[in-house]
Design a protein. Sequence first.
Length: 649
Amino acid sequence: MAKEREPLKPEELVSDGASIKMINKAVEEGVNTCFTRGETQENKCKFGIDGVCCKICHMGPCRITPKAPRGTCGADADTIVARNFLREVAAGAAAHSDHGRHLALQLKHVAQGKCADYKLTDIKALHRIAAKFAIPIEDREDNDIALELAELFIGEFNSQEEYLKILTLAPEKTRQMWEKNNIKPKGIDRMVVESMHRTHMGVDHDYRNILQHAFRTSLADGWGGARLASMCGDILFGTPAPVKSEANLGVLEEKNVNIIVHGHEPSLSEMMAAVVNDPEIKKYAKTVGAEGITLAGLCCTANEILMRRGVKVAGNFLQQELAIITGAVEMMVVDVQCVMPSLPEVASSYHTEIVTTSEIAHTIGATHAVFDEKNAYESAKKLVKRAIDNFKNRDSAKVAVPNESKPLVAGFSVETIKHMLGGVFRASFRPLNDAIIQGRIRGVVGIVGCNNIKTKTDSYINTLTKELIKRNVLILKTGCAAQASAKAGKLTPETALEEAGFGLREVCETVGMPPILHMGSCVDNCRILDAATEIVHEGGLGEILAQVPAVGVAPEWMSEKAVTIGCYFVASGVDVILGQPFHTAGSENVRKYLSEEATEMFGGGFYEIQDPMDAVEKIMELIESARENLGINKKSERKLLDMKDRREL
Ligand code: MSK
């Protein structure tokens, strides 16, 4: 009989000390977490891994093997793998885009005066974005402009025959490439519905046609739903600007009422952040014996309120259960996406109340309290009061907050980067383009996505980040990958600059910009493409996104949204490295399409690389080859910057 493998030690599962302590505490207190459940799920189904299990119709499930190369209906491995892949892309696009729809509707309601507790916070952003769509702004009320913009965005979901208007934000040559390859998306909802139709039994059987629609659907997300989510967020809550904060479980405070907001959408968390500063609420917290209230975020909700309000980050995806295990969390308020269904079970060993707030996201064992946007402040206030009332139920014997957190700077929207590079009056990407052309900065890499139990948490992300800045690569980050850097203390300019290569350091010090830029949440991956578009428009680094020396990496990804993000990066011409493979190993043709054929069509393709150092090598190869193609790799004499150069930069 095969000997059972010893369970992994916490040090082998996670990178940060706070998480190690909480995993040990969970074991001592007999609480199951994803780390223990992961052990019980070790024997993964090979058919699932390879993507060759088809359960689309009820003649199945059918599984493809060398002896059974076709399912009952006749579908082969190529069709089955491609259909499964498209369904993942559709789910990811649906999640981001529903988030976008929610914000577009909120923008409309605010403009109509139906959500009195919200306002158009960033009028400059409203005007900037309206102008992009040729919406007149002169001599008009801001509410009128916002209403017209909101209607335009809502139309992007409904459009049946017209291509998305938002695609005009991409460089012209990139749009021509989409046209040529027939992947320009029409209405966002239509693309998702069509994905489900095509993959229904007996419809689309040509793997190439199916995968072409996967790329089309992904563009409806990256340049559509997600992009408009970021834009609405900026208008409603403010365009992010540099802000200081802290990250990791040590941001929770033992003497305070601790409330965690978790999920993705910013509407509720923004209101919670406002309520915890209400003097009446602060006073109320004192009446229960607490010194104050700490509001902290998890996953992308954390990123949303960190970027705009500097609210502290309790942790990233695999820390959601560990936060409860501190024993010091009165309430965890969740909305949508990346929320583990285990939370109420973990919370049952402590006093923490889990509150679900979205109509579409209930969890057995949680309290369900629908967040009413039309009465947002009162809705949020009720929740905060309820959390304060729960303080008395704490078991002090179970409270142990790890004393570990790191300072950080976040808030790097494209507008902020422009201002940092060019100053308030000459905001521009020119200095960055010049630094890339001169070779001081070799290229730009977006490191994005989640944590995954299959990888030691944060380790791939942090190794990759460290090695790339050493090689003079500017890093743009979002999602839980950005929080990994924050927890490692690498989101402060000083610490990261110590590790940056000479050229990158010189440029960053001159313009006062850190070498690792936190750009926001999952929907903000479109900000990375926006930055790449600015680089193209600025000139000197190609006319199409595929020519820019830029690569996207999802080192520890796990969600369907990450599959979609990867696809819209590739369809935009950016090579993407995956630290975890897709479930496509069962079809050589599908794999070839996603890597080689995609590169031929779009200028970017997928690479699955599970070792971070191998990924570093591949990324540098891709960047250097893009530089060669641009003709900017000619050896030039190394010249140190003098004061005149610095001023010009
Ligand atoms: S939260 S999708 S685990 S990045 Fe956006 Fe993190 Fe991935 Fe969720």
